[in-house]
Structures are given as C-alpha cells and as structure tokens.
Design a binder for this molecule. Structure first.
Ligand SMILES: Cc1cc2nc3c(=O)[nH]c(=O)nc-3n(C[C@H](O)[C@H](O)[C@H](O)COP(=O)(O)OP(=O)(O)OC[C@H]3O[C@@H](n4cnc5c(N)ncnc54)[C@H](O)[C@@H]3O)c2cc1C
Length: 310
C-alpha cells in the first residue's frame, strides 16, 4: 500500500529544483513506472513527490547538430517522432521495444536514465551516440557525459536537488551501419548490445554500391544489462576499425572475445556470470553480423529466439 505523500506540481524547472532543495525527503516524479512500484513495495518512502511532467521545457525534442531529448519525453513519443527517426533512427526502433505499451506510454527517457537500472536499453544505446546529460539545480546547470552520470546500479551523479533536464545525442554520420540486439526472458532485458560501424567511402546504398573497398573507419560497441552499468567495449571496437565489410566475419570472434573480457557480471535471477559472459560473446557476433548485412544494403534474415533486433 502507498504511504501518504504530498504531490507538488511546479510549472518550471526552477520551481521544481527549489522544491527539491527545500523539502526534506522529496523525489522527482515523472511517469511513475519505477517510483510508484518501489513506493507500493515500501522500498522507497518519499514524503514529497515533485511532478515534473507539466514542466514544458523538459518535454522538448529538438534537432540540430545534436539531438536534444527532454527528460519527460516518453518512450512512445521517441518511437513516433519524425525528428528522432531522421536523426537517430535506431533510437526510435529501440524505443519501440522497451517494456510494454503501457510502460512506453507513460515512462520517460529522463526517468529511465535517472533510475539507472542496469537493464536499460536507452543507456546502452546512447553510449554509442556520445550522450551527454544536462542537470539543473538552484546552483545552475551542468552537462556531463552519460558514462559519468550513471555510476552503478541505481546510482547516478545527480545531487538530490538536481533535475535531469535533457539528454543530447550526436547522430552517427550518414552511411553508418548499426544494430541493437536485446535478449531476455524476463520483463527487462538480460542483455543489450549496440553496435555502430562508421563506414569509409560507403555510397548512399551502403557498401554494396561502393564495391568491396569499404572499410570501418570508426566502431562503437556498447554492452548493457550484464555489468553494474552499461559500458563501451574499446578493445572490441579496436578489432573492428580498418577492416573491410567482407573481413568483418573474420574478426567478429576476436571482437566478441574482447567484449567478453570487459564485462563484470554477477550471478542473479537473469543467469550465472558465466552464462552472461557466454551470451555477450554470442550476441556481439550476432549484432556484428546484422550490422555487416546492413552495411551491404541488406537486412539479415537471421531470427533468434527471445531476442529482439532493432
Ligand atoms: C515492466 C517493465 C518493463 C521494463 N522494460 C524495460 C526495457 O525493456 N528496457 C528499458 O530500457 N527499460 C525498461 N523498463 C524501465 C522503463 O523504461 C522505466 O520504468 C521508465 O522509463 C522510467 O520512467 P518514469 O518516467 O516512469 O520514471 P519514474 O518512475 O517517474 O522515476 C524513476 C526514477 O527517476 C527519477 N526521475 C524521474 N524523472 C527525473 C528527472 N527529470 N530528473 C531527475 N530524476 C528523475 C525518480 O525520482 C525515480 O527515482 C521497464 C519497466 C517496467 C516497469
């Protein structure tokens, strides 16, 4: 049962931050998909909820060199936004596969990142898009890389009077071949792998239109859900840079092994640490195969049980 609390409904971010600074035992409240669940279980007992959903400035989605996603933008809005599909199409596809439609309709991007559940698809994918988050408080505004914001399971760099205002993403250059593969048998994913291959000299039709000479100029591999927080795998990325699309299959095994060496899994209800390491190796290879097929202008026909390909 929910313990009594006071609901505050500020109209601006400044007002919200002032409330968070002044009130003892207050928490920001957006879609409530995590917060209300924990409150019903009695694991969290804030005496004040500061509703951020009515704050206009937190709901904006704007383009430009970087895509800015306001904290209260819902998964559903992300999935349907023409701007997101134009700048970062994989973000819209991944949003379509978050949770279920009920959670997607009210759950927000800011709530997802601020909650810092290790099983976050967005936090994993956003690492490959050089994400930064903007935090506002009575002391002003600061912007920091998402990789520094998420410190560990359910732990962030946010101070208690700070609000997450927005996340900024740097879209990949045209011709980047990417894939996000998530696997799971529970409500939340057991594993999420994001791969982005920036191609040197690819034409608009991908590598196929440019002959076999297209090489990977830059590579991003991010792994989520299995470690205390999502992280890039630089050693795996290094295996991929400089190889041609045709050679990707040859180096995929080495990249997958390198990726496995970077994770720090624990035994839990999602599986044993050894199982998770093995799944990382398998799914990094699969994600690379899908990205390579997309680089050739094709879609991989492979289908994997309990896995979603975005
Ligand atoms: C059944 C289920 C399945 C799910 N499956 C997936 C999945 O497949 N992939 C995935 O990525 N996620 C998944 N999720 C997580 C889901 O994405 C989040 O629950 C949702 O995005 C949280 O947003 P919210 O607005 O509801 O946050 P809330 O519950 O309102 O808040 C969550 C936390 O963030 C804080 N907070 C909220 N907004 C702000 C802000 N602007 N500034 C600072 N702090 C803030 C709150 O104080 C609270 O601590 C799942 C959740 C559920 C319940």
């Amino acid at each position: 049962m929910l313990r009594p609390f006071t609901l505050h409904r500020p109209a601006t971010a400044d007002e919200a931050c002032a409330l968070l600074a002044r009130l003892e035992d207050a928490a920001p409240y957006a879609g409530g998909t995590e917060l209300l669940l924990l409150m019903k279980l009695g694991w969290l007992r804030p005496r004040h909820l500061v509703d951020v959903k009515r704050i206009r400035e937190l709901g904006d989605l704007t383009g430009g060199p970087r895509l800015a996603i306001g904290a209260t933008v819902t998964h559903r809005a992300l999935e349907r936004s023409a701007l997101v599909r134009a700048h970062c199409p994989l973000v819209a596809s991944v949003a379509r596969h978050v949770a279920n439609v009920r959670v997607r309709n009210v759950g927000t991007v800011g709530g997802n990142l601020a909650f810092a559940d290790p099983h976050s698809d967005l936090a994993t994918l956003f690492l490959t898009l050089d994400a930064t988050v903007a935090l506002v408080s009575p002391r002003g505004r600061r912007e920091l890389p998402l990789a520094d914001f998420v410190r560990g399971p359910w732990e962030t760099a946010r101070a208690s009077d700070e609000l997450l205002a927005l996340v900024r993403l740097t879209p990949w250059p045209a011709g980047t071949a990417a894939a996000y593969v998530k696997f799971g048998v529970h409500e939340r994913p057991t594993l999420g792998i994001a791969v982005a291959l920036q191609l040197d000299g690819a034409g608009p039709g991908g590598a196929r239109s440019s002959g076999g000479s297209v090489r990977v100029a830059d590579a991003r591999v991010a792994i989520g859900c299995v470690s205390p927080r999502p992280a890039r795998a630089p050693a795996a990325e290094a295996c991929l840079v400089g190889v041609t699309i045709a050679e990707l299959e040859d180096v995929a095994g080495a990249a997958a092994e390198s990726a496995t060496a970077t994770v720090d899994p624990a035994d839990d209800l999602y599986g044993s640490a050894d199982y998770k390491r093995e799944m990382v190796a398998v799914f990094v290879r699969r994600a690379l195969r899908i990205a390579a097929a997309r680089a050739r202008g094709a879609e991989s026909a492979a289908r994997f049980p309990h896995a979603v390909v975005a």
